[in-house]
Structures are given as C-alpha cells and as structure tokens.
Design a protein around this ligand. Structure first.
Ligand SMILES: NC(=O)c1ccc[n+]([C@@H]2O[C@H](COP(=O)([O-])OP(=O)(O)OC[C@H]3O[C@@H](n4cnc5c(N)ncnc54)[C@H](OP(=O)(O)O)[C@@H]3O)[C@@H](O)[C@H]2O)c1
Length: 319
C-alpha cells in the first residue's frame, strides 16, 4: 500500500508505494484511512526523543485519522497502531475505539476537534476545572490548540478571555472568535516586556492559563497569575525548558498542572470530541483546515514544523 514511512528518527517521512499491509488480530481491524490529521506530536515522536517513547523504525506515523468502518460509516480515532499510523492508505485500529462522525460533519473538519481540540477542551474543563466567570489567558492563540482554546474558554463560561500570539493576524482572528483582548508575544525571549503587556491587558491577573508553548511566554504568564491561579502545561512549542523563580509560584499560591491527552480515559475523549462536533454544527465553534495529498507529505511535514495556523489534513486517496 501507499504510506509515509519514518525510516530513521529526525528525518522527515518518505513516501513508499510498496509498504506491506498491516494484519488484523482479534480486536483490531485493517481499515481504510479517509483522512489523517497532522499534529506536532507526530514530529515529536519521529524525533526519537518524545517523552512518551517512539516505535522502532521503520514505521508509519500519524496518531489520528478518520477511517471507514466495516459498515461503511466514517469514524475518528487517535487509538491507531503505533507502527501502522494514519499516514497510509490503511491503518490498524479496534473499531470499538473509534467515534462515528455526527451526520453533517466532514472528515477534515472533524479532525480539528481530535488531538488538538481535545487538548484545548480537556485542559480547560478537566485539568484547570475552569469555573464560570474566571479570567483566562490563552498562549499560542494562533495554533490549533490556541484557536480552539479561545472558543472553548468562552463556551465553558469564562468571564474574560485574553489571547496571546506572535502573529497579528492570529490576534485579530482570536478577537473574531470571542477573545476580549489580544496581546502580542515578542519575537525575542523578552519575558519582561510580555509580562508588562499582560499586566496592562488584565491588571487583576489570570485565574487560568492555557499554555501550549512554555518558554519565556509561560514565565511571563506565571508572573500574571492571580492568587490561586492555574497554568495548564499542554505543550512546549516555544521551548522545552524555562527557569521559573520559586517565589513566583509561592507568592501566588499557583498551580502548574501537567496535561496530556494520553492520560484521558477513552470515554472522556469521546465525550469532548462529540461535544466540540455538536458545538461546531450549532455554529459555536470553528477551526480552519487545509487538505494535502499524501504524495506531498514531506512538504506538509515541514509546514507542520513551522506552525501552519490551520489543521493540515492529509488525504491518502486521490478524490
Ligand atoms: N499535551 C497534549 O496532549 C497535547 C495535545 C495536542 C497538542 N499538544 C502540544 O501543544 C502545542 C501546540 O499544538 P498545536 O496543535 O496547536 O500546534 P500548532 O497548530 O502547530 O501551533 C503551534 C503554535 O505554537 C506557537 N509557537 C510556536 N513557536 C513559538 C515560539 N517560539 N514562541 C511563542 N509561540 C510559539 C505558535 O502560536 P502563534 O501562531 O500564536 O504565535 C504556533 O502557531 C504543541 O507543542 C503540541 O505538541 C499537546
């Protein structure tokens, strides 16, 4: 079958058209992939240095996809086999660990509410336990987690939502999606000027920070937590390490909460995914995507590394 193959860590995947098919077992079945969502985690895993491990090379990457079920219906899953992922014509998955797409929802749109959407939604709802009226700061607001995070904060009852991004266009878009204010993240690691800008945007401090970036922006955000505030650490798009002054945390009685989709029970993921699909169909939640053929996986992989500001949806079959 046609598949993208990670042949060695730290290299982008190569297209092969002679890759052996996976074989089903008792529970998992070989299902056709209709569309695959590309995510930063795919690149982290392919670096061979992901904190949660990586399959041995060679393997087919792609943690999430929309597959064709044996009854002909379409379903989303992020429970695909580690070695036969979604960036191929067929993958290996237990149909019980898939979620049928609601009627009227396209597969590319649905993928926006998969890994990225669930991280934004569940980080706010479950990990931060966001309460109605709270003040929320969303870092990396131009990324997929950030774009959905701004809207999820609103839908979950936040009183005020501030978006922060390096890109002016992303701040404008965040305002259109419901943010009350936007703050520019400086290009350099200048956390002090960013901290001052956040203070100006919200003098009383933030109750909750959704943080997919870490690095200097997270340091500035921590300096702007209200007493008892929570920062949910979701990703490190800006930097994997960042010194934080101990007094910053003690003085605010702050919580820094680690978050990973991997730790969510399947019914919780399923529920969050379906809630976002329903909010989208009701006109309350949107997320942009762009479709690319599997033949151009190398180019898509490079774009994902840069932060494409849209969900890149890879199509293994020409339509
Ligand atoms: N823990 C989990 O379960 C989980 C699940 C999904 C994603 N994640 C992680 O969350 C992060 C975001 O995922 P995503 O799907 O939103 O990716 P994405 O769409 O590629 O967005 C990444 C965003 O990070 C921001 N960014 C990148 N470099 C930056 C820098 N040097 N300084 C400040 N901001 C920077 C940019 O935001 P602006 O465009 O606004 O500047 C960029 O758009 C990734 O690290 C990913 O691995 C974790």
């Amino acid at each position: 079958m046609k598949a993208a193959i990670v042949e060695s860590y730290r290299e982008r995947p190569r297209l092969r058209d002679d890759w052996p098919e996976p074989s089903g077992d008792g529970e998992r079945q070989v299902l056709a992939v209709r569309a695959a969502g590309l995510n930063p985690v795919d690149l982290h895993i392919a670096s061979g240095r992901f904190y949660a491990g990586a399959p041995p090379t060679p393997y087919v990457p792609g943690r999430e996809g929309v597959v064709e079920l044996p009854d002909g219906g379409l379903a989303w899953s992020d429970q695909l086999d580690q070695r036969f992922g979604s960036l191929a014509e067929r993958t290996l998955v237990d149909p019980a660990l898939t979620v049928p797409l609601p009627r009227g929802l396209g597969e590319a749109q649905a993928l926006c509410f998969g890994i990225a959407g669930i991280a934004a939604w569940c980080a706010l709802e479950r990990r931060a336990q966001l309460r109605p009226g709270e003040r929320v700061l969303v870092l990396g607001a131009g990324g997929l987690v950030g774009q959905i995070g701004v809207q999820a904060a609103r839908l979950l009852g936040a009183g005020r939502v501030v978006a922060a991004s390096r890109r002016t266009a992303a701040l404008e878009r965040a305002r259109a999606l419901g943010a009350d204010a936007g703050v520019a993240i400086p290009a350099a690691d200048d956390w002090e000027s960013f901290a001052a800008a956040l203070r100006q945007a919200e003098p009383d401090g933030f109750d909750v920070v959704l943080d997919p970036v870490w690095g200097a922006p997270a340091r500035a955000a921590l300096e702007n937590l209200a007493s008892g505030g929570r920062l949910v650490q979701v990703g490190n798009a800006a930097a994997p390490e960042q010194p934080i002054a101990a007094g910053t945390l003690r003085g605010r009685v702050a919580d820094v909460l680690g978050y990973t989709n991997f730790a969510l029970p399947w019914p919780v993921k399923r529920g969050a995914f379906l809630r976002m699909c329903a909010e989208h169909l009701a006109g309350n939640l949107e997320a942009p995507y762009e479709e690319v053929p599997l033949d151009r996986i190398g180019e898509a992989w490079d774009r994902q590394r840069q932060g494409p500001a849209v969900k890149l949806v890879v199509r293994p079959h020409a339509s």
